[in-house]
Design a protein around this ligand. Structure first.
Ligand code: PLP
Length: 359
């Protein structure tokens, strides 16, 4: 069984409009300049000034006592789970959560904790669903120690959790003696879309992290925040996993640059997502989910063509999209895609759909 992505196909033209993922953004010239000029030290010794500055800013932004810099969002999730949970514990999260579907089984493999999948529209669950999943606190049942939410929900179509639901979920978990975690890979998309400040949105969450490699456009890096004692305990896991770094200020500088220059502009991605969704909705056979942020999900079953086949046709015309199910396509908006690119993508997807339906 092959687990690697296919090698690049030299017969394909270059990608002109890359809607595959918001992880594919390239650092801008100005961001690279900030990286070049970064003051650096030894991150794992706590003496890299640029990493320290980033962590202080993130702790302040999120209203938490402390923060740590990690290479990836996946490592933020797994360091947090390792810190909150023990082997045999159970984590309550949505069925589609990244921790359950896209991290190679890491909660089971690394912590020895399982994820109990919860149902709900748009990658979200409500308090009633959460309470219904509570197990009796007996010696027979796994100990339920963590509730995890994803803001925005990736496979939920980029949906934004409403602040009152987040608050109610956190309070319910806390009252039941559980810790709370927020996978905030695209937290700033939720902040920009809702107008609710980040620190308010994450109130009641013991740990929360933000990814800098998605729409914020940095080459790598994510920051995990929480109480001083949580981050202190998390440092041992960061060290054990090899997530402690050296002159990481080079990368932290890109993240600081992104905080200063790439947050407000997420609104443009949301506007482009709406433009794309409106265009796709006019293509016979496609059914489009109304985007709340920068992700546009659509269903190809009305065309009779699997999403993969549509993606392959579009790719031959220089437009890249991803697929998240047999008939489910996904297009991601980000800072390397402009309005003209969106219009081009609509045209390519219209032609590809028409050709497939005629065939
Ligand atoms: C991308 C993503 C992650 C993982 O982040 P990486 O930086 O790619 O490791 C985790 N959760 C969600 C919701 C994501 O979209």
């Amino acid at each position: 069984m092959a687990y690697a992505p296919p090698p690049p196909d030299p017969s394909l033209p270059p990608v002109r409009v890359n809607l595959y993922s918001d992880t594919q953004t390239k650092p801008t010239a100005a961001m690279r300049k900030a990286m070049l000029d970064a003051e650096v030290g030894d991150e794992q010794a706590g003496t890299d000034p640029t990493v320290r500055m980033l962590c202080e800013r993130m702790a302040a932004l999120l209203g938490k006592e402390s923060a740590m810099f990690l290479p990836s969002g996946t490592m933020c999730n797994e360091v947090a789970i390792l810190t909150h949970c023990r082997p045999g514990d159970e984590i309550l999260a949505h069925r589609t959560a990244h921790i359950a579907t896209s991290e190679g089984g890491a909660p089971w493999a690394l912590t020895g904790a399982s994820v109990l999948p919860l149902e709900g529209a748009g990658g979200k669950f409500d308090v009633a669903t959460l309470i219904a999943a509570f197990r009796p606190r007996t010696r027979y049942a796994p100990a339920q120690t963590l509730v995890s939410v994803e803001q925005t929900s990736n496979l939920g179509g980029g949906a934004v959790w409403p602040a009152p639901t987040l608050k109610a979920v956190a309070e319910t978990a806390q009252a039941a003696g559980m810790a709370t975690h927020m996978d905030g890979a695209r937290l700033m998309n939720a902040v920009v879309a809702s107008g609710i400040p980040a620190r308010e949105m994450v109130l009641g969450y013991d740990s929360v992290w933000l990814d800098f490699t998605k729409g914020l456009g940095a080459p790598l890096g994510a920051v995990l925040a929480g109480s001083a004692s949580f981050i202190d305990a998390a440092w041992r896991w960061k060290q054990r996993l090899g997530g402690s770094m050296r002159q990481a200020g080079i990368c932290a500088a890109a993240c600081i640059y992104a905080l200063d220059h790439h947050v407000e502009r997420l609104a443009e991605d949301h506007e482009n997502a709406r433009l794309l969704a409106r265009g796709l909705a006019q293509i016979p056979g496609l059914s489009v989910e109304t985007p709340q942020t920068n992700l546009v999900f659509f269903d190809t079953s009305g065309t009779g063509m699997p999403a993969d086949a549509l993606a392959a046709r579009a790719r031959r015309e220089g437009v890249a999209i991803s697929t998240m199910g047999k008939f489910r396509g996904r297009a991601c908006l980000h800072l390397d895609v402009h309005r003209a690119g969106v219009e081009e993508a609509i045209g390519v997807l219209r032609t590809a759909t028409r050709a497939a339906m005629a065939a």
